[in-house]
Design a protein around this ligand. Structure first.
Ligand code: PLP
Length: 384
Protein backbone atom coordinates (compact mmCIF):
# COMPACT_ATOMS: atom_id res chain seq x y z
CA UNK A 1 0.00 0.00 0.00
CA UNK A 2 1.26 3.45 -0.95
CA UNK A 3 -0.34 6.11 1.19
CA UNK A 4 0.81 9.60 0.41
CA UNK A 5 -0.29 11.87 3.23
CA UNK A 6 -2.61 14.80 2.73
CA UNK A 7 -3.29 17.65 5.06
CA UNK A 8 -6.68 18.99 4.06
CA UNK A 9 -10.15 17.70 4.75
CA UNK A 10 -11.29 17.32 1.13
CA UNK A 11 -10.65 14.22 -0.93
CA UNK A 12 -11.99 12.18 -3.83
CA UNK A 13 -12.54 8.44 -3.55
CA UNK A 14 -12.05 6.32 -6.63
CA UNK A 15 -13.61 2.87 -6.46
CA UNK A 16 -11.33 0.67 -8.55
CA UNK A 17 -13.72 -2.28 -8.25
CA UNK A 18 -16.36 -0.20 -10.05
CA UNK A 19 -13.91 0.58 -12.86
CA UNK A 20 -12.96 -3.09 -13.15
CA UNK A 21 -16.57 -4.25 -13.16
CA UNK A 22 -17.37 -1.78 -15.93
CA UNK A 23 -14.42 -3.06 -17.99
CA UNK A 24 -15.36 -6.71 -17.36
CA UNK A 25 -18.98 -6.11 -18.32
CA UNK A 26 -17.89 -4.41 -21.54
CA UNK A 27 -15.55 -7.29 -22.25
CA UNK A 28 -18.39 -9.76 -21.71
CA UNK A 29 -20.65 -7.81 -24.05
CA UNK A 30 -18.11 -7.52 -26.86
CA UNK A 31 -16.67 -11.02 -26.61
CA UNK A 32 -13.17 -12.47 -26.46
CA UNK A 33 -12.16 -11.39 -29.97
CA UNK A 34 -12.66 -7.71 -29.30
CA UNK A 35 -9.93 -5.81 -27.47
CA UNK A 36 -10.62 -3.07 -24.96
CA UNK A 37 -8.63 0.14 -25.31
CA UNK A 38 -9.00 1.95 -21.97
CA UNK A 39 -9.16 5.70 -22.60
CA UNK A 40 -7.25 7.40 -19.78
CA UNK A 41 -6.68 10.87 -21.24
CA UNK A 42 -7.10 13.94 -19.02
CA UNK A 43 -5.88 12.15 -15.90
CA UNK A 44 -8.33 9.35 -16.65
CA UNK A 45 -11.22 11.82 -16.74
CA UNK A 46 -9.99 13.14 -13.39
CA UNK A 47 -9.74 9.69 -11.78
CA UNK A 48 -5.92 9.27 -12.02
CA UNK A 49 -3.81 8.13 -14.99
CA UNK A 50 -1.75 5.29 -13.58
CA UNK A 51 -4.21 3.91 -11.06
CA UNK A 52 -7.01 3.62 -13.62
CA UNK A 53 -4.66 2.26 -16.29
CA UNK A 54 -3.44 -0.49 -13.97
CA UNK A 55 -6.95 -1.37 -12.81
CA UNK A 56 -8.32 -1.47 -16.37
CA UNK A 57 -5.44 -3.62 -17.63
CA UNK A 58 -5.86 -6.02 -14.71
CA UNK A 59 -9.56 -6.32 -15.57
CA UNK A 60 -8.87 -7.31 -19.17
CA UNK A 61 -8.21 -4.14 -21.16
CA UNK A 62 -5.32 -4.78 -23.58
CA UNK A 63 -4.14 -1.26 -24.23
CA UNK A 64 -4.52 2.42 -23.35
CA UNK A 65 -5.32 5.61 -25.20
CA UNK A 66 -4.49 9.22 -24.32
CA UNK A 67 -4.94 12.52 -26.13
CA UNK A 68 -1.37 13.80 -26.13
CA UNK A 69 2.13 12.37 -26.21
CA UNK A 70 2.95 13.93 -22.85
CA UNK A 71 0.22 11.82 -21.27
CA UNK A 72 1.68 8.66 -22.78
CA UNK A 73 5.13 9.58 -21.48
CA UNK A 74 3.63 10.14 -18.03
CA UNK A 75 2.15 6.63 -18.09
CA UNK A 76 5.51 5.19 -19.13
CA UNK A 77 7.23 7.08 -16.30
CA UNK A 78 4.70 5.51 -13.93
CA UNK A 79 5.86 2.09 -15.10
CA UNK A 80 2.97 1.20 -17.41
CA UNK A 81 4.18 -1.28 -20.07
CA UNK A 82 0.97 -1.87 -22.06
CA UNK A 83 0.52 -0.50 -25.61
CA UNK A 84 -0.43 3.18 -25.63
CA UNK A 85 -2.07 5.10 -28.47
CA UNK A 86 -2.05 8.90 -28.73
CA UNK A 87 -5.45 9.88 -30.18
CA UNK A 88 -4.64 13.51 -30.89
CA UNK A 89 -2.12 15.09 -33.22
CA UNK A 90 1.56 14.80 -32.38
CA UNK A 91 4.44 16.76 -33.92
CA UNK A 92 6.41 14.93 -36.59
CA UNK A 93 9.58 16.05 -34.82
CA UNK A 94 8.52 14.08 -31.73
CA UNK A 95 8.08 10.77 -33.57
CA UNK A 96 11.45 9.45 -32.36
CA UNK A 97 10.52 10.12 -28.74
CA UNK A 98 7.22 8.30 -29.22
CA UNK A 99 9.02 5.40 -30.91
CA UNK A 100 11.62 5.20 -28.16
CA UNK A 101 8.85 4.82 -25.57
CA UNK A 102 6.79 2.51 -27.76
CA UNK A 103 3.88 4.90 -27.91
CA UNK A 104 1.78 4.65 -31.07
CA UNK A 105 0.78 7.88 -32.80
CA UNK A 106 -2.31 8.75 -34.79
CA UNK A 107 -1.48 9.73 -38.37
CA UNK A 108 -3.64 11.38 -41.02
CA UNK A 109 -1.17 12.92 -43.49
CA UNK A 110 1.43 11.44 -45.79
CA UNK A 111 3.55 14.58 -45.54
CA UNK A 112 3.57 14.28 -41.77
CA UNK A 113 4.68 10.65 -41.91
CA UNK A 114 7.48 11.44 -44.36
CA UNK A 115 8.79 14.13 -42.07
CA UNK A 116 8.41 11.90 -39.01
CA UNK A 117 10.33 9.11 -40.78
CA UNK A 118 13.22 11.51 -41.36
CA UNK A 119 13.52 11.96 -37.57
CA UNK A 120 13.32 8.27 -36.71
CA UNK A 121 16.89 7.13 -37.43
CA UNK A 122 17.05 3.53 -36.16
CA UNK A 123 13.74 3.56 -34.30
CA UNK A 124 10.45 2.08 -35.44
CA UNK A 125 7.25 4.09 -35.07
CA UNK A 126 3.87 2.43 -34.55
CA UNK A 127 0.91 4.25 -36.04
CA UNK A 128 -2.87 4.08 -36.22
CA UNK A 129 -4.40 5.64 -39.33
CA UNK A 130 -7.21 8.07 -38.55
CA UNK A 131 -10.26 8.36 -40.79
CA UNK A 132 -12.66 11.27 -40.66
CA UNK A 133 -16.10 9.88 -41.39
CA UNK A 134 -18.09 12.85 -40.16
CA UNK A 135 -16.65 14.07 -36.88
CA UNK A 136 -14.67 16.67 -38.80
CA UNK A 137 -11.69 16.88 -36.46
CA UNK A 138 -8.85 14.69 -37.71
CA UNK A 139 -8.43 12.09 -40.41
CA UNK A 140 -8.43 11.15 -44.04
CA UNK A 141 -11.72 11.82 -45.75
CA UNK A 142 -10.83 10.73 -49.31
CA UNK A 143 -10.34 7.12 -50.34
CA UNK A 144 -7.61 7.95 -52.89
CA UNK A 145 -5.44 9.85 -50.45
CA UNK A 146 -5.99 7.13 -47.86
CA UNK A 147 -4.98 4.32 -50.23
CA UNK A 148 -1.86 6.19 -51.32
CA UNK A 149 -0.97 6.86 -47.71
CA UNK A 150 -1.55 3.25 -46.65
CA UNK A 151 0.66 1.97 -49.46
CA UNK A 152 3.43 4.40 -48.54
CA UNK A 153 3.17 3.65 -44.79
CA UNK A 154 3.20 -0.11 -45.41
CA UNK A 155 6.40 0.21 -47.43
CA UNK A 156 8.14 2.61 -45.04
CA UNK A 157 10.82 0.65 -43.23
CA UNK A 158 10.66 2.49 -39.93
CA UNK A 159 6.88 2.53 -39.71
CA UNK A 160 4.51 -0.15 -38.53
CA UNK A 161 0.79 0.22 -39.11
CA UNK A 162 -0.91 -1.13 -35.97
CA UNK A 163 -4.41 0.10 -36.49
CA UNK A 164 -7.00 2.18 -38.26
CA UNK A 165 -9.93 3.99 -36.74
CA UNK A 166 -12.59 6.65 -36.81
CA UNK A 167 -14.65 8.50 -34.22
CA UNK A 168 -18.42 9.03 -33.99
CA UNK A 169 -20.09 12.37 -33.42
CA UNK A 170 -23.56 11.18 -32.40
CA UNK A 171 -23.31 7.59 -31.12
CA UNK A 172 -24.92 8.69 -27.84
CA UNK A 173 -28.07 10.07 -29.50
CA UNK A 174 -31.22 8.02 -29.87
CA UNK A 175 -31.54 9.09 -33.52
CA UNK A 176 -29.04 6.81 -35.24
CA UNK A 177 -29.11 8.34 -38.74
CA UNK A 178 -25.82 10.22 -38.61
CA UNK A 179 -24.14 7.37 -36.75
CA UNK A 180 -25.16 4.91 -39.46
CA UNK A 181 -23.82 7.18 -42.19
CA UNK A 182 -20.48 7.40 -40.40
CA UNK A 183 -20.33 3.64 -39.85
CA UNK A 184 -21.07 3.00 -43.53
CA UNK A 185 -18.42 5.52 -44.63
CA UNK A 186 -15.91 3.78 -42.32
CA UNK A 187 -16.55 0.47 -44.06
CA UNK A 188 -16.22 2.09 -47.49
CA UNK A 189 -12.89 3.63 -46.59
CA UNK A 190 -11.63 0.31 -45.19
CA UNK A 191 -12.39 -1.56 -48.42
CA UNK A 192 -9.36 -3.17 -50.00
CA UNK A 193 -6.94 -2.19 -47.24
CA UNK A 194 -4.74 -5.00 -45.86
CA UNK A 195 -6.24 -4.63 -42.37
CA UNK A 196 -6.18 -8.32 -41.34
CA UNK A 197 -3.54 -7.74 -38.69
CA UNK A 198 -4.54 -4.23 -37.74
CA UNK A 199 -6.65 -3.08 -34.85
CA UNK A 200 -9.80 -1.77 -36.52
CA UNK A 201 -11.83 0.38 -34.17
CA UNK A 202 -14.56 2.98 -34.22
CA UNK A 203 -16.62 2.48 -31.08
CA UNK A 204 -16.41 4.89 -28.17
CA UNK A 205 -18.41 4.06 -25.03
CA UNK A 206 -21.74 4.95 -26.61
CA UNK A 207 -21.25 2.84 -29.74
CA UNK A 208 -19.57 0.13 -27.70
CA UNK A 209 -22.57 -0.18 -25.39
CA UNK A 210 -25.26 0.12 -28.05
CA UNK A 211 -23.89 -1.40 -31.24
CA UNK A 212 -21.85 -4.59 -30.63
CA UNK A 213 -22.06 -5.25 -34.39
CA UNK A 214 -19.87 -2.18 -34.89
CA UNK A 215 -17.03 -3.21 -32.60
CA UNK A 216 -14.75 -4.52 -35.39
CA UNK A 217 -11.88 -5.79 -33.22
CA UNK A 218 -11.48 -3.11 -30.57
CA UNK A 219 -13.54 -0.68 -28.49
CA UNK A 220 -12.22 2.59 -27.07
CA UNK A 221 -13.78 2.68 -23.64
CA UNK A 222 -13.83 6.06 -21.91
CA UNK A 223 -16.72 7.54 -19.95
CA UNK A 224 -18.54 4.27 -19.27
CA UNK A 225 -15.41 2.72 -17.76
CA UNK A 226 -15.85 5.38 -15.08
CA UNK A 227 -19.44 4.28 -14.62
CA UNK A 228 -21.07 7.22 -16.35
CA UNK A 229 -23.54 7.16 -19.21
CA UNK A 230 -22.30 8.81 -22.45
CA UNK A 231 -25.51 10.82 -22.49
CA UNK A 232 -28.71 11.21 -20.52
CA UNK A 233 -30.86 10.09 -23.44
CA UNK A 234 -29.15 6.72 -23.84
CA UNK A 235 -29.45 5.75 -20.17
CA UNK A 236 -32.48 3.65 -21.04
CA UNK A 237 -30.37 1.74 -23.59
CA UNK A 238 -27.54 0.65 -21.31
CA UNK A 239 -26.98 -3.12 -21.72
CA UNK A 240 -25.66 -3.46 -18.15
CA UNK A 241 -25.71 -1.21 -15.10
CA UNK A 242 -22.70 1.10 -14.91
CA UNK A 243 -20.99 1.53 -11.54
CA UNK A 244 -20.00 5.12 -10.80
CA UNK A 245 -16.40 5.16 -9.59
CA UNK A 246 -15.80 8.67 -8.28
CA UNK A 247 -17.10 10.33 -5.15
CA UNK A 248 -16.06 13.60 -3.52
CA UNK A 249 -16.01 14.33 0.19
CA UNK A 250 -15.04 16.97 2.68
CA UNK A 251 -15.41 17.74 6.39
CA UNK A 252 -16.96 20.68 8.19
CA UNK A 253 -14.12 22.82 9.54
CA UNK A 254 -16.23 25.36 11.45
CA UNK A 255 -19.76 25.28 12.83
CA UNK A 256 -21.43 28.58 13.60
CA UNK A 257 -24.77 30.00 14.64
CA UNK A 258 -25.95 32.79 12.39
CA UNK A 259 -28.30 35.31 13.91
CA UNK A 260 -31.22 36.59 11.89
CA UNK A 261 -29.88 39.26 9.51
CA UNK A 262 -26.27 38.04 9.46
CA UNK A 263 -24.66 37.32 6.08
CA UNK A 264 -21.96 34.96 4.80
CA UNK A 265 -19.34 34.83 2.05
CA UNK A 266 -18.28 37.26 -0.72
CA UNK A 267 -20.83 39.81 -1.71
CA UNK A 268 -22.82 39.02 1.44
CA UNK A 269 -25.42 37.56 -0.91
CA UNK A 270 -26.85 35.16 1.68
CA UNK A 271 -28.54 36.58 4.74
CA UNK A 272 -30.08 34.47 7.49
CA UNK A 273 -33.84 35.02 7.59
CA UNK A 274 -33.94 33.62 11.11
CA UNK A 275 -31.40 32.26 13.56
CA UNK A 276 -29.75 29.23 11.94
CA UNK A 277 -26.72 26.95 11.96
CA UNK A 278 -24.09 27.03 9.22
CA UNK A 279 -20.91 25.10 8.48
CA UNK A 280 -17.76 26.00 6.54
CA UNK A 281 -16.38 23.46 4.03
CA UNK A 282 -12.74 23.55 2.85
CA UNK A 283 -13.58 23.12 -0.84
CA UNK A 284 -14.06 25.76 -3.52
CA UNK A 285 -13.92 26.64 -7.17
CA UNK A 286 -10.18 26.06 -7.41
CA UNK A 287 -10.91 22.40 -6.64
CA UNK A 288 -13.43 22.22 -9.48
CA UNK A 289 -16.43 22.96 -7.23
CA UNK A 290 -17.24 25.97 -9.34
CA UNK A 291 -19.24 29.08 -8.44
CA UNK A 292 -22.19 28.05 -10.57
CA UNK A 293 -22.86 25.30 -7.99
CA UNK A 294 -24.12 28.00 -5.62
CA UNK A 295 -27.37 26.77 -4.10
CA UNK A 296 -26.77 23.12 -4.96
CA UNK A 297 -27.07 20.40 -2.33
CA UNK A 298 -24.58 18.21 -0.50
CA UNK A 299 -25.07 15.25 1.85
CA UNK A 300 -24.68 15.40 5.62
CA UNK A 301 -25.68 12.39 7.73
CA UNK A 302 -27.55 10.99 4.73
CA UNK A 303 -29.64 14.14 4.26
CA UNK A 304 -29.49 16.85 1.62
CA UNK A 305 -28.45 20.32 2.80
CA UNK A 306 -27.93 23.40 0.59
CA UNK A 307 -24.82 25.42 -0.11
CA UNK A 308 -25.42 29.02 1.00
CA UNK A 309 -23.76 32.17 -0.31
CA UNK A 310 -21.10 32.38 -2.96
CA UNK A 311 -18.57 29.60 -3.44
CA UNK A 312 -15.06 30.94 -2.77
CA UNK A 313 -11.78 29.75 -4.28
CA UNK A 314 -11.04 27.38 -1.41
CA UNK A 315 -14.13 27.30 0.77
CA UNK A 316 -17.91 27.39 0.80
CA UNK A 317 -20.70 27.25 3.35
CA UNK A 318 -23.72 25.04 3.96
CA UNK A 319 -26.89 25.36 5.94
CA UNK A 320 -26.94 22.91 8.86
CA UNK A 321 -30.14 21.29 10.15
CA UNK A 322 -29.00 22.13 13.69
CA UNK A 323 -25.82 22.15 15.69
CA UNK A 324 -23.47 19.44 14.39
CA UNK A 325 -19.92 18.57 15.32
CA UNK A 326 -16.91 20.07 13.55
CA UNK A 327 -15.27 17.36 11.46
CA UNK A 328 -18.55 15.83 10.30
CA UNK A 329 -18.22 14.27 6.83
CA UNK A 330 -19.98 15.95 3.92
CA UNK A 331 -20.41 14.28 0.53
CA UNK A 332 -20.53 16.48 -2.57
CA UNK A 333 -20.66 13.65 -5.10
CA UNK A 334 -21.58 10.09 -4.17
CA UNK A 335 -23.53 8.19 -1.55
CA UNK A 336 -24.36 8.59 2.13
CA UNK A 337 -26.66 5.79 3.19
CA UNK A 338 -29.70 5.85 0.95
CA UNK A 339 -28.99 9.35 -0.36
CA UNK A 340 -27.03 9.73 -3.60
CA UNK A 341 -25.73 12.69 -5.57
CA UNK A 342 -24.60 11.29 -8.93
CA UNK A 343 -22.16 13.10 -11.22
CA UNK A 344 -25.07 13.54 -13.62
CA UNK A 345 -26.92 15.70 -11.08
CA UNK A 346 -23.96 18.10 -10.94
CA UNK A 347 -23.67 18.06 -14.74
CA UNK A 348 -27.35 18.89 -15.13
CA UNK A 349 -27.08 21.74 -12.67
CA UNK A 350 -24.07 23.12 -14.58
CA UNK A 351 -25.82 22.62 -17.93
CA UNK A 352 -22.95 20.47 -19.09
CA UNK A 353 -22.04 16.80 -19.49
CA UNK A 354 -20.76 14.38 -16.84
CA UNK A 355 -17.37 14.21 -18.66
CA UNK A 356 -16.68 17.83 -17.80
CA UNK A 357 -17.56 17.45 -14.13
CA UNK A 358 -14.96 14.77 -13.36
CA UNK A 359 -12.34 16.27 -15.72
CA UNK A 360 -12.44 19.58 -13.92
CA UNK A 361 -11.52 18.15 -10.53
CA UNK A 362 -8.27 19.91 -9.67
CA UNK A 363 -4.92 18.25 -9.08
CA UNK A 364 -4.85 19.62 -5.54
CA UNK A 365 -7.70 17.31 -4.52
CA UNK A 366 -6.09 14.13 -3.14
CA UNK A 367 -7.37 10.88 -4.64
CA UNK A 368 -8.02 7.89 -2.39
CA UNK A 369 -8.19 4.52 -4.18
CA UNK A 370 -10.51 1.85 -2.84
CA UNK A 371 -10.31 -1.86 -3.57
CA UNK A 372 -12.60 -4.39 -1.90
CA UNK A 373 -13.87 -1.59 0.30
CA UNK A 374 -10.50 -0.66 1.78
CA UNK A 375 -7.98 2.04 0.96
CA UNK A 376 -5.34 0.71 -1.40
CA UNK A 377 -3.51 3.90 -2.17
CA UNK A 378 -3.66 7.65 -1.68
CA UNK A 379 -2.35 9.96 -4.39
CA UNK A 380 -1.48 13.52 -3.48
CA UNK A 381 -0.24 15.29 -6.61
CA UNK A 382 1.21 18.12 -4.53
CA UNK A 383 3.46 15.93 -2.43
CA UNK A 384 4.37 13.02 -4.73
C1 PLP B 1 -12.13 10.59 -25.77
C2 PLP B 1 -12.21 9.68 -26.90
C3 PLP B 1 -12.80 8.41 -26.76
C4 PLP B 1 -13.55 7.99 -25.51
O1 PLP B 1 -14.89 8.39 -25.62
P1 PLP B 1 -15.97 8.05 -24.49
O2 PLP B 1 -17.20 8.68 -24.98
O3 PLP B 1 -15.46 8.69 -23.25
O4 PLP B 1 -16.02 6.58 -24.39
C5 PLP B 1 -12.71 7.54 -27.81
N1 PLP B 1 -12.11 7.90 -28.98
C6 PLP B 1 -11.57 9.13 -29.15
C7 PLP B 1 -10.95 9.46 -30.46
C8 PLP B 1 -11.62 10.06 -28.13
O5 PLP B 1 -11.10 11.27 -28.33
Amino acid sequence: MIEEPFYRDTWAEINLDAIQNNVRNMKKLSGEKVKIIAVVKANAYGHGYAEVAEAALAAGAESLAVAFLDEGLYLRSAGIKAPILVLGAARAGDAALAAEHQIALTVFSEEWLKEAASHLHDKKLSIHIKLDTGMGRLGFTEKDALDRFAAYAASAEKVEIKGIYTHFATADELDTGYFEKQAARFEELLEGLPAENWLVHCANSAAGLRFPAKHFNAVRLGISMYGLSPSAEMKSELPFPLEEALSLHTRIVQVKKLKKGESVSYGATFTAEEDMWAGTLPVGYADGWIRKLKGSEVLLNGERVPIIGRICMDQCLIRLPGEVKTGEKVTLIGRQGEAFIPVDEIAERLETINYEVTCMMAARVPRMYLKNGSIMKVKNYLLS
